[in-house]
Design a protein around this ligand. Sequence first.
Ligand SMILES: CC(C)(COP(=O)(O)OP(=O)(O)OC[C@H]1O[C@@H](n2cnc3c(N)ncnc32)[C@H](O)[C@@H]1OP(=O)(O)O)[C@@H](O)C(=O)NCCC(=O)NCCS
Length: 141
Amino acid sequence: MIKKATQEDFEQIKSIMDNCVHPSWSVTVLKTAIEDKNNCFFVSTYNSDIDGYICLETCIDEASLSSIAVLPEKRNKGIASALIETAFIECKKRGINRCLLEVEETNLPALKLYEKKGFRQISIRANYYGESGAVIMERMI
Ligand SMILES: CC(C)(COP(=O)(O)OP(=O)(O)OC[C@H]1O[C@@H](n2cnc3c(N)ncnc32)[C@H](O)[C@@H]1OP(=O)(O)O)[C@@H](O)C(=O)NCCC(=O)NCCS
């Protein structure tokens, strides 16, 4: 099941983020992101345990996919795809028509996920993550 994130979900989201995303967000940044009405923040749950989340920041008619992660043992089951689809339905309701993201060029699972969900590469920022670059991707909603 996918639902909007609330502060009650904070501990589980933080734990997934700390395990899966580098660098993770601070307590304050994550709490603010869950609270911020301009964000589309969703979690995926199974038996009330959270196994994945997505956060999109939105501004007027544009969104930026700022973080997505799924627990390692729950990957390759379509959870991230479902989170992206749910977030895009919410974006569309809000009149948002474009989504941008950046992903480390070595992160093949994420690159493949985004390509499969219709994102296309629009530029590369060399050495954005130290030795490796960032791929900037776009998808119209
Ligand atoms: C990237 C991530 C969110 C994908 O989550 P997921 O729930 O496993 O993704 P899905 O099951 O929805 O996969 C959808 C598609 O992505 C691609 N994909 C996912 N994992 C992949 C892998 N390990 N290798 C290659 N392609 C992969 C496939 O095309 C897959 O479609 P398919 O199953 O029909 O082949 C997950 O690997 C993760 O949490 N990674 C760590 C955090 C991270 O890197 N976040 C992105 C930062 S920009």
